[in-house]
Design a protein around this ligand. Structure first.
Ligand code: NAP
Ligand code: MG
Length: 399
């Protein structure tokens, strides 16, 4: 075997949970370690270790991404009551993705991985739709309260000098619930900038949508800042590149997305991006055929899979089944991170390896070696339906 490709600097490697944790080790062993002299700083974000460290490891992982400039993350469980019981957790922890995104700020870009033979469920789609998801604030940084009975709920702002601004939310007639959410002009502005920058580099028109007719102040501010950033910093460059900017209401955007032919960047508020990226991924093929990257305003990037830990497959794997879970998104998280590391460290060999690995994945699928999720959609049907271990071997063979 030829000499392994050297790495100058490390990437932050963030391990996760369940089936994706199993595949993470497999991908490294078969597709990366034989070819690359891998340098990583390893953070174990498996649920047990997050619980044992009181979630300190998640914060350290986010700081490592910022320091090293590049991170790669496995899918992780967001704990809830059922998980607390299943894992005997000391406490319910916040979503690791939300914690990391809150520290890095920025925008998550999610793009389907097009592959021949797998066509989108939506027959009008000719080109991929890329989602740019704002990664800060809104319900992901909310304060919530259950209200025990009748009474007044108010918003209160106190300035550093002690001046107060108050606004009634509701006079509650009985028990209920209340939620306070926020965002920051600075974060929205960097979200808008990242989107226009991404659009210029990928030559895509930009759509942004919100509900400013109902949420006149909150969503209205998003709309205003997007317009300011576009007019002030990007209009000329976008015009020169033939890229348009289009604002509309979120419900109108959803309708247009389904009727349209794709080929644009859809800038989404945090929740819209969470929900819509799953829709776009599933309708484009499989959740496993999507790349996801968090771009922080500081320039740091975190590559991840857009899907979760594939819990049901994990339970079957624990019983001894060789599941047919698709590792493509995990592999593309690694290739994204290695290519970026190669670019930052001026190591064309590392970047070229990442591209070769991606090509090997696509060839494997296009030549008819597929996992079950793709086999269900493929036209013509694949020659072979493989389990994850056979699929990774088939990629390694081509690589
Ligand atoms: P999921 O892991 O995304 O899986 C949902 C379903 O999608 C699976 O049951 C499977 O369908 C299909 N699927 C997803 N990824 C696949 C792959 N790579 N190959 C083949 N099929 C795939 O969502 P979940 O099971 O609802 O959530 C499990 C855990 O993931 C939760 O604890 C959640 O907190 C966490 N989560 C983490 C992240 C993240 O870290 N980025 C994101 C979302 C969810 P079939 O069963 O039909 O085969
Ligand atoms: Mg989601």
């Amino acid at each position: 075997m030829a000499e392994k490709i050297a790495m100058e600097n490390a990437v932050a490697e963030i391990d996760g949970d369940e089936m994706t944790r199993v595949l993470w080790a497999l991908v490294k062993e078969k597709l990366i370690l034989p070819f690359v002299d891998l340098k990583t700083e390893y953070y174990d974000l498996g649920l047990e270790n997050r619980d044992a460290t009181g979630d300190r490891v998640t914060v350290e992982a986010a700081q490592a991404i910022r320091r090293l400039g590049v991170g790669v993350k496995c899918a992780t469980i967001t704990s809830n009551a059922a998980r607390q019981e299943e894992y005997g957790l000391k406490a319910l922890l916040p979503s690791p993705n939300a914690t990391i995104r809150a520290i890095l700020d920025g925008t998550v870009f999610r793009a389907p991985i097009p592959v021949k033979g797998i066509s989108p469920t939506v027959s009008t789609w000719k080109k991929p739709i890329v989602i740019g998801r704002h990664a800060y604030g809104d319900i992901y940084r909310a304060a919530e309260m259950r209200i025990p009975g009748p009474g007044r709920v108010e918003l209160v702002y106190t300035s550093p000098e002690g001046a107060e601004q108050r606004l009634k939310v509701a006079d509650m007639e009985g028990p209920g619930i209340v939620q306070g959410i926020h965002n920051l002009d600075g974060s929205i502005r960097s979200f808008a900038r990242s989107c226009f920058q991404y659009a210029l580099s990928e030559k895509l028109p930009v759509w942004f949508a919100s509900k400013d007719t109902i949420s006149k102040t909150y969503d209205g501010r998003f709309k205003e800042i997007f317009a300011e950033v576009y007019e002030g910093e990007f209009k000329t460059r976008c015009r020169e590149a033939g890229i348009s900017y289009f604002y509309t209401l979120i419900d109108d955007a959803v309708a247009r997305v389904i009727r349209g032919e794709g080929g644009f960047l859809w800038a989404c508020k945090n929740y819209d991006g969470d929900v819509m990226s799953d829709m776009i991924a599933s309708a484009s093929g499989s959740l496993a055929m999507m790349t996801s990257v968090l771009v922080s305003p500081s320039g740091a990037v975190e590559y991840e899979a857009a899907h979760g830990t594939v819990q049901q497959h994990y339970y079957r794997w624990q019983k001894g089944e060789k599941t047919s879970t698709n590792p493509a998104a995990l592999i593309f998280a690694w290739t994204g991170a290695l290519a970026k590391r190669g670019e930052l460290d001026h190591s064309p060999a590392l970047a070229a390896f990442a591209r070769r690995l991606e090509q090997a994945v696509l060839r494997t699928i296009e030549e008819g070696d597929q996992t079950g999720d793709l086999a269900r959609l493929a036209n013509p049907p694949p020659a072979r339906v493989l389990n994850s271990w056979e699929f990774v071997d088939a990629i390694a063979g081509r690589l």
